[in-house]
Design a protein. Structure first.
Length: 230
């Protein structure tokens, strides 16, 4: 029996999601199929994550096509950011933008894993350290950051991203990932447990000596952008 996951980690049991994850694992899935499967998995998983991560508020009244008045709905919190980790997080971005009812800022984080130490190295960060918007939000940061990255292997990259977003001043973080290794997921979940929720389609038990999940998905970024064998 697999060990239990931390309380702030949620693994989906959606049958369609599990089937699509199985298809994504296959070495026969080409770049086009990989892109489509990552998108579809993110749509399903994102629906589950946002169902608990957002709330609905009553908005102003509007008029239907038949002339009837109705009360509109809005989502809260109002200040949301999408944060894809380059490169592979870009494969999940369109699905999350489709789910959210209004456009939100996209702030990219570039992180790679140093091959010898397996430690994360940041090479790009476009979080806007701009003028504060209020006394309550001294950094101008988002109330909610949705962090997307297909794989949580050792957890080091996810931990580094959570640290960066926490230092920026976000109120909460929702991590949406396709697959995680159990120890890496525990590592990420323990970084800021009171402020972070992690949503996954699947959890594998181990990583190999290169820090790749076993059996895993391979390098999703390489699969998406056809840079295999680089």
């Amino acid at each position: 029996m697999s060990p239990s996951l931390p309380s702030n980690v949620h693994k989906s049991n959606h049958p369609c999601l599990q089937t699509k994850l199985s298809q994504l694992r296959s070495a026969t899935a080409n770049a086009r199929e990989t892109k489509a499967l990552v998108h579809e998995i993110t749509l399903i998983l994102g629906c589950e994550a946002l169902a608990t991560g957002l709330t609905t508020l009553a908005g102003p009244t509007d008029i239907t096509h038949l002339g009837y008045e109705y009360t509109t709905a809005t989502t809260a919190p109002a200040k949301i950011s999408l944060v894809p980790i380059l490169r592979s997080g870009l494969g999940m971005l369109d699905a999350m933008q489709t789910l959210l009812p209004n456009p939100v800022p996209v702030h990219h984080l570039g992180l790679f894993r140093e091959p010898t130490t397996l430690q994360p190295v940041e090479y790009y960060n476009n979080l806007p350290y701009h003028k504060p918007t209020s006394a309550e939000n001294s950094s101008g940061a988002s109330d909610l950051a949705i962090l997307v990255d297909p794989v949580i292997a050792t957890g080091g990259t996810c931990v580094a991203a959570i640290q960066t977003l926490k230092e920026w001043g976000v109120g909460r973080i929702i991590v949406v990932a396709v697959l995680g290794a159990h120890a890496g997921v525990e590592n990420a979940a323990s970084e800021w447990p009171e402020g972070t929720e992690i949503w996954l389609a699947g959890v594998d038990e181990a990583v190999n000596e290169r820090g790749m999940i076993r059996p895993g998905l391979g390098d999703v970024g390489d699969r998406l952008f056809l840079t295999l064998g680089k």
